[in-house]
Design a binder for this molecule. Structure first.
Ligand code: BG6
Length: 454
């Protein structure tokens, strides 16, 4: 293709994309690669194009223009760190299973360098919001989609309960068409594993257009669109997540958001030193507790074998176990195509209980001590309607044995942190049920790792 054609094609190509970055031709001619082992340059010089900008790339160089009036735009190249990460399944059958088993390490990674035990708080070197800006926060609005929204829902509960800051988690695709009240001193937290989910980015641009709010991105991808739009970022450091079904990103989001909650709670003095140190001690036990759950593969696989043939499932929970049941149902839907629904256990009597019979397995998530008694009585109502009942419960909750057909015992932890442990157990149940059904686990039908269109 002649250079002329090159430029014409590139011009057309670039005007149709919202944002793209150009990396300059590799200075290492092909033959050199062949003869020598490929050595990836540590940095790439990149240019980030914004909306309505076009670039003309020729052997002589790159010129950027305003797409509307073709006036030249001066742009500095930026150095983009390249990670030489070889993405393999490391011997696992699927990326999803590999990423589930990475969680003890990714949880430690998410905590690494962010624990300040002596002061009972958390520190974030990358958080470029001032203490004044953070102390003046009066409300937190969380925006996200899919699994990230479930993490946001849990974080909103934590921020209200521990930091005493009014907080709500909105589904970004819905939020964009609401007429929200964005009051003074509102911090917007946008959660996205990829940083490229268009609904989340669109909702962030919406709030930015409405008022002077600060946006904090919680993200796993550096230099993604969201991290460029946001005022500040907290990174998950979970490494690439390949499986469409998000697993390690969720638990790392919860780890980072729990540390941010602690940081705000200590800043707002709604938690004192001892309470902060106690929360940190519990947090640091989570990776080992997740490890213990991963060692229950056989139990979970035999549960999956027993229940994989059912076409519908209910996941029930209260308090932190409710958003956990939403996430559990989403995992099963995404990879096994079973019609699974997560529901607040106390809500069943207001309608959905009409569906319950011997053909609809119910998974009761019993990780919250505060609501355990209520949850057990809700599960008894399911049993009374003939539902096959599986309970995920903390070791020692003996009452559940007389109610449930099957029990998976999980390490006891605080109500707030149980959502991390129970999410991992539910990820494994979904994985082994999908495996039993011969489903395409890493690339489920109709789904994309990141939806970059509306
Ligand atoms: C979907 C993915 O496309 O986007 C989900 O299949 C994910 O796994 C959701 O939770 C949101 O993605 P992100 O990257 O914004 O967290």
């Amino acid at each position: 293709m002649t250079t002329q054609k090159n430029c014409k094609f590139l011009k057309f190509f670039l005007t149709t994309i919202d944002q793209i970055f150009i990396n300059f031709p590799d200075p290492w001619p092909k033959e050199r690669h062949a003869k020598h082992r490929i050595i990836q340059p540590p940095f790439l010089d990149v240019l980030f194009l914004r909306n309505n900008e076009i670039a003309e790339v020729t052997p002589e160089g790159t010129k950027v223009f305003d797409a509307m009036n073709c006036t030249p735009i001066h742009k500095e190249t930026e150095k983009l760190e390249t990670e030489n990460t070889s993405i393999s399944k490391n011997g696992f059958d699927h990326f999803m299973l590999k990423e589930i088993f990475e969680q003890p390490d990714t949880l430690r990674q998410a905590m690494h360098g962010r624990i300040f035990q002596d002061l009972g708080t958390a520190v974030f070197e990358e958080l470029n919001l001032s203490i004044n800006e953070l102390s003046s926060i009066q409300r937190i609005l969380i925006l996200a989609c899919g699994t990230s929204w479930h993490a946001g829902y849990i974080a909103a509960n934590w921020l209200e309960e521990k930091a005493k800051i009014p907080a709500q988690a909105e589904i970004a695709s819905e939020f964009r068409y609401k007429n929200p009240i964005i009051s003074e001193n509102t911090l917007v937290i946008a959660i996205s594993q990829s940083g490229e989910t268009f609904d989340t980015i669109g909702s962030v641009r919406e709030v930015k257009a409405r008022g002077n709010v600060k946006v904090l991105a919680v993200c796993n991808a550096r230099n993604s669109t969201l991290t460029r739009d946001a005022d500040a970022c907290l990174f998950l450091k979970a490494g690439p997540e390949i499986s469409v079904c998000s697993t390690k990103a969720l638990t790392s989001q919860l780890m980072v958001l729990s540390l941010f909650t602690l940081f705000m709670a200590r800043l707002k003095q709604s938690l004192n030193l001892e309470e902060g140190q106690k929360f940190l001690t519990q947090l640091q036990q989570v990776p080992d507790q997740v490890d213990a759950i991963l060692r229950q593969t056989e139990e979970i696989q035999s549960l999956a074998k027993k229940y994989a043939h059912y076409p519908n499932f209910f996941f029930l929970g209260r308090n932190y176990m409710f958003p956990t049941s939403l996430e559990a149902a989403l995992k099963l839907k995404e990879i096994s195509y079973i019609n699974a629904v997560g529901y607040p256990a106390g809500e069943m009597k207001h309608g959905p209980i009409a569906l319950v019979d011997k053909n609809l397995p119910v998974v009761g998530l019993c990780g919250n001590q505060k609501t355990l008694e209520k949850t057990l009585s809700n599960l008894m109502e399911m049993k009374a309607r003939g539902a096959p009942l599986i309970a995920f419960a903390p070791q020692g909750t003996l009452e559940i044995e007389s109610i449930a057909d099957d029990v998976l015992w999980l390490p006891p932890t605080s109500d707030e942190l149980s959502c991390i442990l129970y999410s991992v157990a539910c990820q494994m149940l979904a994985y082994y049920i999908a495996l039993e059904r011969g489903a395409e686990i890493d690339q489920p039908r109709n789904l994309a790792k990141s939806v970059t269109v509306e």
